[in-house]
Design a protein around this ligand. Sequence first.
Ligand code: PLP
Length: 377
Amino acid sequence: MKQFNPSATGKMSARAQELKRQGIKIYDFAAGDPVLPNHPLILEAVCKALETKMSPYAPVAGLSELRLAASEWMNTRYKSSYRLENTLVTTGGKFGLYAAFQVLLSPGDEVLIPAPYWVSYPEMVHLAGGVPVPISTDPANQWKLTLADLKKHIRAQTKVLLLNNACNPTGALYSQEEIHAILELAHQAKLSVISDEVYSELVFDENPFISCASFPEYQDNVLVIESCSKNFAMAGWRVGFAFGPEALIQNMTALQSHSTTGAAWLSQKAALGALEGAKKVASYVKETLRERRDLFFKTYNTLFNAQEICPPAAIYFFAPIGKNSAKRCEEILTKAHVALVPGIAFGREGYARFAFSQNESEIVEGLKALADKTKNS
Ligand code: PLP
């Protein structure tokens, strides 16, 4: 048997589930799932699809109407010019990323990954035979990749730059100038850029979201990954998208034809319901999550006498937690019944990630349990 490392977030959620099964009340800040009822537009689309009483295969690249709606969603927000041929429907953003690495990497190719990073990137790169190269970022620079650091890490073997904007776990959000400069440097170094933008609609406080799709001059080497999971609170439907050059999309479609066969037909109907009312659905999710974020930080700062600042985007707080984050998270789970993900899983020791996407009472009671049980330990 080959050995694979399970995802740390999945592992922590599974631990939390196990304790829940034993009848223990667990406050789950580990899973990055926006816990929200599906918007009525999604449910209406699903009910209509169920009336056909059918459950066919969908085309491997996705239903044409969904691909068109998804490209329209991008083009309206970013003045991009994606067409059907540039758009692939995947089983979550995760499979889009997996397929992209499989298609783009040859053995030994290096992938630059700003750290802290989403837990799955390095393993996905390994699975494709590549070499993940983390580039450390700093809270003093709002956890953003600097051009100087990027330059330092580019070598002959470097093939891909993975950019995650907005970032899981830090919420780091890049400006127009920063994205432009990064894309220009990547272009000069002949790198492909995979831009993971699965939190694009969850950007708060009037901050603009700048997509890599907004720069027509670099599109030959840019692949944007999107998802319904967070933006439309549809994580369990497993629908995501990849937008990029036609040849790359074709190749990823071929890979998909031999693996997942694409996202489930009913899920694609649900996603179509969301995208046809994208503005409404996204603002319903964003407004609820902004309220949860504000409540989370207000409660946290009061209970811990802290002055932590709300992140501008995404659904996470990357909190300083002291040395040996894995041990500390284990203690917190055992003592306070609060599930967190250790920073080490994101490539940064000394921190833990909270997801603030739970409902209000879970946030308040969970933080209280954490404060009661751990404040003096
Ligand atoms: N990319 C990032 C940064 C994420 O945080 C996640 C999920 O947590 C994904 C991609 C994959 O999301 P999904 O496969 O649910 O679309």
